[in-house]
Design a binder for this molecule. Structure first.
Ligand code: ZN
Ligand code: ZN
Length: 254
């Protein structure tokens, strides 16, 4: 089982030197789970020699375009290819209606001679609170993170924890710095993939590098940083982290 980062950049990637932080979990049979399908996905997949035909399973964490902006491409490409089955779409149940009504329906609800909905394009698998979903024998549990608080309401993202070959993995997906909420998972994991903003101006909706520096050395030493901004990066290894994930980096679990 391995995890490949198609990209490790933020939503603000500027060119092909890095892509959005979408990943492929690939099992020993070659089956693939695409973790987030952002608007870069067709390019980042192509760079590794993959097309929509290789994507039968996709998980989405939340509704920002760097995580779901490629679903129209994936849905239409599969729909109009008679050799393709509908991809399985795994998502937290709270995302299903807004994904369609607020994100995809504008471009995808009208087909020639008939109307479509999300299930026209995808086999939908919703995940409920405190439930996990299984993908090819791997049990993936969602972890709600605090991503955006608009003043009245929290827009969460749904990170993932899973265990493969006794390696405990935590992918935060997009999250503010919230060590109190995520502390148990930081302790539990053997390897952490952590959202890390490196911009000087803090957006408030991502964990900033300067905040992550305040974590204990024990947590930092099992933490890989991703979803960072274009431009120069601090010396993460010197600061006790595993480092910044680079585009195309592969992690084997076993
Ligand atoms: Zn986001
Ligand atoms: Zn993002």
């Amino acid at each position: 089982m391995k995890l490949i980062f198609l990209g490790s950049g933020s939503a603000f990637t500027v060119n092909s030197s890095n892509y959005h932080s979408n990943m492929l979990l690939i099992d020993d049979t070659g089956a693939k789970l695409l973790i987030d399908c952002g608007s870069d996905a067709r390019l980042s997949l192509a760079e590794l020699g993959f097309t929509y035909k290789d994507i039968h399973d996709v998980y989405v964490s939340h509704l920002h375009a760097d995580h779901v902006g490629g679903l129209e491409w994936l849905g239409f490409s599969s729909y109009f290819d008679p050799d393709c089955e509908k991809p399985n779409l795994y998502l937290h149940h709270s995302l299903e209606t807004p994904l369609w009504e607020n994100v995809l329906s504008g471009g995808m609800s009208s087909l020639q001679s008939h109307m479509a909905d999300l299930s026209t394009y995808f086999k939908i698998h919703t995940i409920h609170d405190n439930e996990a979903f299984f993908w090819n024998k791997v049990r993936l549990q969602t972890v709600q993170t605090l991503h955006v608080m608009n003043g009245f309401k929290i827009l969460p993202s749904f990170g993932l924890v899973f265990t493969v070959n006794d390696t405990k993995v935590f992918i935060t997906t997009d999250t503010q710095f919230s060590p109190t909420q995520l502390g148990d998972f930081y302790e539990w994991a053997d390897i952490i993939f952590q959202d890390c903003e490196t911009a000087n101006t803090m957006s408030g909706v991502h964990a900033n590098y300067t905040e992550l520096l305040t974590l204990t050395p024990e947590i930092r030493r099992k933490m890989w940083l991703y979803h960072y901004n274009p431009g120069p990066l601090p010396n993460a290894k010197k600061d006790g982290f595993c480092g910044f994930v680079v585009k195309g980096q592969v992690f084997g679990f076993g």
